[in-house]
Design a binder for this molecule. Sequence first.
Ligand SMILES: *Cc1c(COP(=O)(O)O)cnc(C)c1O
Length: 346
Amino acid sequence: MKREDVLRLVRPNILALEPYSTARDEYEGGEIDVWLDANENPFDNGVNRYPDPHQVALKGQLAEIKGVDAGSIFIGNGSDEAIDLVFRIFARPGVDNAISIAPTYGMYKVSAATNDVSMREVELGTDFSLPVDALLAAADENSKIMWICSPNNPTGNSFPMEEITRLIEEFRGVVIVDEAYIDFAAGEGFLPELAKYENLIVLQTLSKAWGMAGLRFGLAFASEAIISLMNRVKYPYNINVLTQAHVARALEVDITEQVETIIAQRRFVIEQLEGYATVERVYPTDANFVLVKVADADKMYNELVEAGVIVRNRTKIVGCKNTLRLTIGTEVENERMLRIIKNFGA
Ligand SMILES: *Cc1c(COP(=O)(O)O)cnc(C)c1O
């Protein structure tokens, strides 16, 4: 899809928007050491100054880590902010629609509803395969957005790159590939493909492999045209001073070893679960969780809770009857969970 075609998908009010100009946007150059432009309190307590609204330093670090241009990065208050912005930029309330797979991450649907955008959900095929033809067939002229989560939550599997590529090439709207769990999967995902597709948005987050869920730090990667729209619509100071400072330091720390430990624990948990009579099926996973099918998910869930272990009961989700989603924890935590599952009902 060409840049002009992507811009044609944007809501007219967003294209016409004059963004809020912060005090810090209005000067250029100069060695400023007296800041009397933003009505801040002058006494330094670490947070008396507004944060950088453009997060320039962080985007420089992230560009290097991710191998992309700083101009193709958006930073949000969690992925939730990027998800909401995509709806606000592309989907006219009450008119346009979005398409997603089902089951998938619940926030897409919640965000669609808060923006008064209808969601067309297409069920995954056998073994949670990607229903490419059905997703394309679900689109009409008001379909602006398609949500693909890979590795998918809660199923855990990744979809083949070629199949997602077909959706990006054939869908006449923007395709979001949510890669929240990409660090636990093999391969680099869609970041290396970014330059090829004007209608592609890749979501990542520091909440999972990077271990910073408490900070709320989500990332979107896309063409500069889309990123500049997101920057115009976001709250100017969406990432606070403490978060920016913490992340700048944390990005210097190598997470490889922790991720490898989690992946090794995942392998151990799967091996154990596969040998238990109380588990009917262990679904393949590329994420830091594993979905299992049991005879009675509600009962097993309650027994786990009573023993002080909480997992996610997905039994009410489409295609997931009697399943539990188990996050991979520390070795000690995993062994506690496994013991309860193994001895369930005994
Ligand atoms: C956990 C998760 C996220 C992360 O959301 P944040 O708001 O960045 O914490 C995003 N997408 C999916 C599919 C997830 O499971």
